[in-house]
Design a binder for this molecule. Structure first.
Ligand code: NAP
Length: 517
């Protein structure tokens, strides 16, 4: 079955015979779920439709009316979320994983709707701050006018959040007055397709504001223009290819990249083994390794512990991993499903072997796994893999095993821990676990420039945390360097960043007119 795309407000199939069409398989059983191809699709027509029909419809609305669209969208997805849960199991997701993706996306829509109503005016554009006098007289003032771009957002998404990622980007694009063209990653494109069907069936969005391209969009990169945004999520390697694409460079197409990163958690020297905070640290690591089978861009890959607590940390993490059953996500009691595909499993195996070259597997074997209610070879199953490695080797800081794997690295002293953390060359999130306020805040100041988000866990907030791996609408999602250098979320600031900021110099009466309109 060839997956359809939603272009120009119509569901369309690609050319029937494409020898390059990709078979997408069920992560649990290996059965074919669908075939994906974009051959024969009119992408130029789709982009034109977004710019000519979707954009004007959104730009005619105020921020508050756009917030109403997000609320309607959230209601529509929520009403049919069970369908998405069921389908998510085919990609290897447990019900918990599916909720993370689906309910997480709904929450972002609602959060952005609420923020827009409070923090943005009931107007189609924004006048930033009070006007400033620019000359001696009273009638030459300056402000920044923030207006919607008459372009489109092309979302190129990763496979691991087929629902959350398009919704999270859509929330900001709708508020910014931009239509979206969504290109999901092939291995989970069928989930985003169902999401888009749910949205289009509901009629919650005006025509032209949401289109879907299943399959490659490579030729369409030449169609992007000065007012468009390419919002990319995926590997650092693909980000590099897109960032340097000749059309994007020539036309200064705005490019936001959320790429891979080797995120870390650091256990502070003051946390004794077996203490409640130490147990919270262990839970955090195990959660990061097992939720979505470790296929989260923010997942902890490096676990930095003081040398004196290395043994205790390894034992405690390994013993909790041993209690997490792996198997068919639909089976009772299963805590972790397979990774998304057999190819992804091979990638993870290669990555963990490279890391373990300077150490050993403390828990799990990359080639063997016991599973509940499934065939471990037909499905893309992997054991949870805990590695102990030389902290000064390169691979643990450079290689991202995008699966249920993490590496414990023992640091000698604070300076060593700081230096090791920075060897990830920029990441989305880092957690610091400790109660010593002076140590933690000083460490955090040194670590902050390398991370998009810092999660400081101590005895007072360990029962309230939303967890290391959860991006939140209020805070930046993105990170410097290897993490892509991008920024999403961060409240309404993320919306404003998608719009055009223009410095306006004008008389007092002109300024007043902008505010009154
Ligand atoms: P990927 O291979 O880089 O693919 C990402 C997307 O880019 C897919 O939609 C892919 O389409 C498309 N793509 C690949 N090459 C392209 C090209 N030359 N031109 C246009 N589009 C192209 O990444 P993935 O395997 O899907 O996702 C896993 C990676 O994403 C991990 O490394 C993870 O760390 C990262 N990630 C980062 C974040 C974040 O927020 N920072 C979130 C999730 C995942 P096809 O599938 O059709 O090839």
């Amino acid at each position: 079955m060839l997956l359809e795309s939603h272009l120009q407000d119509t569901w369309v199939a690609p050319t029937a015979h494409d020898p390059a069409a990709v078979d997408v398989r069920d992560a649990v059983t290996g059965e074919t779920v669908c075939r994906v191809s974009s051959r024969g699709l009119d992408l130029a027509g789709a982009f034109g439709h977004a710019r000519d029909v979707g954009g004007p419809a959104l730009r005619a609305l105020t921020f508050h009316q756009r917030a109403d669209l997000l609320e309607a969208l959230a209601g529509a997805v929520r009403a049919r979320r069970e369908e998405l849960y069921v389908l998510s199991a085919r990609a290897g997701a447990t019900l918990n994983d599916a909720r993370y993706d689906v309910d997480g996306g709904i929450r972002v829509l609602r959060d952005y709707a609420a923020r827009a109503r409070v923090e943005l005016p009931d107007a189609p554009y924004l006048v930033e701050g009070p006007a400033e006098r620019l000359a001696r007289g009273e009638d030459f003032l300056g402000v920044h006018l923030v207006t919607p771009s008459p372009g489109l957002m092309l979302q190129v998404n990763a496979f691991n959040f087929p629902v959350w990622a398009p919704l999270e980007k859509l929330a900001q694009a709708v508020l910014a007055g931009m239509p979206s063209v969504v290109k999901p990653a092939t291995p989970t494109a069928y989930l985003t397709e169902r999401l888009v069907r749910i949205i289009t069936d509901s009629g919650a969005l005006p025509p032209g504001t949401l289109q879907l391209v299943a399959g490659s969009v490579r030729p369409a990169l030449d169609l992007l223009g000065e007012q468009d945004v390419l919002s990319f999520t995926g590997s650092a390697a693909t980000a590099e290819t897109l960032r340097t694409h000749s059309n994007l460079v020539a036309r200064s197409v705005r490019f936001n990249a959320e790429a891979d990163s080797v995120n870390a958690v650091v256990l502070a020297p003051d946390v004794p083994p077996a203490s409640p905070l130490f147990e919270a640290f262990v839970r955090e690591v195990v959660t990061e390794m097992t939720v979505k089978a470790g296929q989260k861009c923010t997942a902890v890959r490096r676990v930095l512990v003081p040398q004196k607590h290395e043994r205790a940390a390894l034992d405690a993490i390994a013993s909790q991993l041993a209690e997490a059953p792996i198997g068919n996500p639909a089976a009772e009691g299963v805590r972790m499903g397979p990774v998304v595909s057999l190819a992804q499993r091979e990638d993870v195996r290669r990555a963990v072997r490279a890391i373990a070259a300077s150490g050993r597997f403390v828990h799990g074997d990359p080639d063997k796994v016991r599973v509940v209610d499934a065939d471990p070879e037909r499905g893309a199953f992997l054991d949870t893999l805990l590695i102990s490695a030389d902290p000064d080797a390169s691979a643990p800081h450079e290689v991202e095993p995008f699966g249920p794997a993490a590496t414990v690295l023992a640091y000698r002293d604070t300076a060593h821990a700081t230096a090791l953390l920075a060897r990830g060359r920029g990441s989305l999130a880092a957690s610091l676990v400790g109660d010593d306020v002076a140590w933690t805040t000083s460490f955090a100041r040194d670590a902050a420039p390398w991370h998009g988000r810092l999660h400081l866990l101590d005895s007072t907030n360990m029962t309230q945390t939303t967890g290391h791996g959860s991006p939140l609408p209020a805070l930046r999602h993105g990170g410097p360097g290897r993490a892509g250098g991008g920024s999403e979320l961060a409240g309404v600031r993320g919306v404003v960043e998608l719009m055009q900021r223009t410095g306006v110099q004008a008389s007092r009466r002109m300024m007043a007119a902008f505010r009154d309109q």
